[in-house]
Ligand binder design. Sequence first.
Ligand code: NDP
Length: 447
Amino acid sequence: MSDYDYDLFVIGAGSGGVRASRIAASHGAKVAVAEEYRIGGTCVIRGCVPKKMLVYGSMFAEELGHADKYGWTIEGATFDWNALRSFVMADVDRLEGLYGNTLSSHEVELFRERATIAGPHEVTLASGKTVSAGTILIATGGWPSVPEFPGNDLCITSNEVFHLEQQPKSLVVQGGGYIAMEFASIFNALGTEVSVINRSDKVLRGYDVQIVERMLHIAMERGIDFRMSCEIEKVERDGDCLLVHTGTENPIRADQVLIATGRKPNSEGLGLENVGVELAGNGAIKVDEYNQTSCESIYAVGDVTDRVQLTPVAIREGHAFADSVFGGNKRTIDYDNIPSAVFTQPPLAGVGMTETEARSQYGGVKVYTSDFRPMKNLFSDHVERGLYKMIVDDTSGKILGIHMIGPESPEILQVAAVAVKAGLTKQAFDDTVALHPSMAEELVLLK
Ligand code: NDP
């Protein structure tokens, strides 16, 4: 019998926290989880999932635009933001229910309130109740980071964008990362006039430069207005609109301003100072490779540790933590060759080293590319081109990275990532017969 109320108390029921709770419970641990907002966390409630549904919703604009070439006459097609928003929110409710069922079916006790740390083995709930636990896991995720400027309270973040009462006719997006590019693309496709304000001349740092350039070219052709090396100085209300001052030109008039300038670890006010949990300068909880903090009984996984801010990574960390601490299987996770994608239109995706990274780390590198017009676009007057790149170590022939932009590229890249992870060579791709006609066949025909 344990001396504690619970073997494990998890703070935060997002991707990492729910996985850790479920696995620890299945290993026989008595588990409780506290969540102050909704079960599911950022990904399910206000991130990946509702975002992807907005992407799907916005893709109809393009599909309908080409439909006549394929013989379809679609009369009176209109778009209703409220209908899409309600559909998305209903699915978020459904998924939240499923996450809740997962917890209850594993007999994980749920406290729908904020929890803070009172001691190495003690958690205080917002209701005032204090409970004890042998191990505490912090899985509180991240929160949008908003730069200081007058009028930033008039702006929205990715937390609010899913709940807008109306589709903005005009939108200013600040930032050049995932969220900025994805929402600029969604609203542009839906017919909103979109301007992107980015503090440098680079967007999507970390992605292959050539692929990002292609994305920018297409986005500009589609009508997104990019203001590079530019920052918001002030936002003020002007009647129903907002005026965005950048200091370099006339203010931009917009219905909404979306700030997408990164997410900071959600570690404030958790009582970490009570137990000597060390934080990095940006508030990230420092952990070792087993997700253990500087306080022996406290662990952390997911975005609050700011290692790789991706849902599947948080899930793996939560699972590895539970196996290590409660399953008698102490293990770490492998952060090499994590595939990722940006769901712009068209989307881009990558795994492994970019060309720049490979050239700086390897002596000789060969780059194979295919710059092609997707067949789907050939049938219409769409001139956008896809671009696939494979970066190969010249000596061994081993693939170091694959990067692509084009329709469905995340779907294709997930499979290609298996080959990169497995250490396959370019020859293995050359030896594979093309599946014709497809876009993915370009990968085995790279020159
Ligand atoms: P990102 O880290 O991707 O990008 C932040 C952007 O904001 C960069 O362009 C950065 O510029 C800029 N920026 C940072 N600080 C400031 C500032 N003070 N003033 C002006 N610009 C600033 O963050 P996001 O918010 O887009 O996304 C957060 C995280 O969520 C991502 O890192 C990603 O891991 C995850 N995510 C993943 C998605 C996916 O997998 N498809 C989708 C959405 C989010 P600079 O480059 O100069 O630093």
